[in-house]
Design a protein. Sequence first.
Length: 417
Amino acid sequence: MTRRMGRPLLALCALSVLLGSAPVAAESGTLDVDLGVQARGFAEQGLHGQSRSQPSASLRLRWTTAWDEDSQSLTFSPFYRYDDEDDERTHGDLRELFWTRIGEDWEVNVGARQVFWGVTEFKHLVDIINQTDLVEDIDGEDKLGQPMAHVSLVRAGGILDLYLLTGFRERTFPGEDGRLRPPVPIDPDRARYESDDRARHVDAAVRWSQDVGPVSYGLYHFAGTSRDPLFTPELSAGGALTLVPYYPQIDQTGLDAQLVAGDWAFKLEAISRSGFGERYEAFNAGFERTLVSVFGSRSDLGLVVEYMHDGRGDEAFDTLFERDVALGTRFSFNDIADTQALAGVIVDSETAERVISLEASRRLGDSWTVALEGRVFDGADSPDMDAPAAALLDPSADKSSFLQRDDYVQLEFTRFF
């Protein structure tokens, strides 16, 4: 780490020592505490001279309690991260705070929750309920808590889920000193909405999920504020070029399905969406083959192949993956430390742009885990920083050009209490 660690980062590290000296207990219910220390190292300085190192620390709590013979429960899960480089990545969020009531063939949840939909590995196309916490990771798997009222009804053959989403969460973005960002900074404080209700607009979703023999599927419809914003280039009060997010109203119908046949799993995610101009369709499709006890060991090896298609082609502003092939290998060592690793590469079938990724983790004793993550962006030219607007608006420019200097390795140690 090339910079002095900030006081909040030192405080979180000290908290790890204090918590490690005594068990964490809750008078009622259960309390889990996760304290993480993370270091990112980049191969080069950023497009705007950002640092090659990015240390941070995070704190996540999860408290649950149940009563009425476990038919009612309350869950509380806040999250906080301090980042020594990027002020925008220093942030807190109420990941979950909700009450649950369970009946014989129904369930009600009220409050902020996280809901995940999807089956494919490299991109979760159908996942739409929660907003992406983009400052946490570029893979889009970290989500903000979504206020909602949710009713789940068990019916013959399947489950019907009804969602009323009360209150929109704006996407988080790296700041000017952050990495993995466009050549032009994003100004979320000036965000605009199609709806006059802005962030108070009430969204709705309905989903039917069912298992039919070896096939599991979910079919849903969502109507409300898009979680993916459009971006409008504008001048700030100081005359600098910025990108202003704009959140339109959309209708999206989605399907996720998986067929399991022995060691094979065939997967599909597909959507049809209106609200970004003409209605368009997109899908991810692929398979995973699991080789059990590979090479005579107790380890399992999964081979993953997926194709990602977006009907907008080059006009797909909100994704790098509009005609891409993804290949991956998943290792499960089946050891006492639960060692796992996923390595993959995504290749654009027309431009040959590539994203190479690695995610690995294992336990260290009973109270620690270590996670390794890395990404390499290749196959495109870096943008011309003497003319960032031209680089941003040029339709012939490679979409991953602004990431070509952002190859990184990330190491994180997490202490569980």
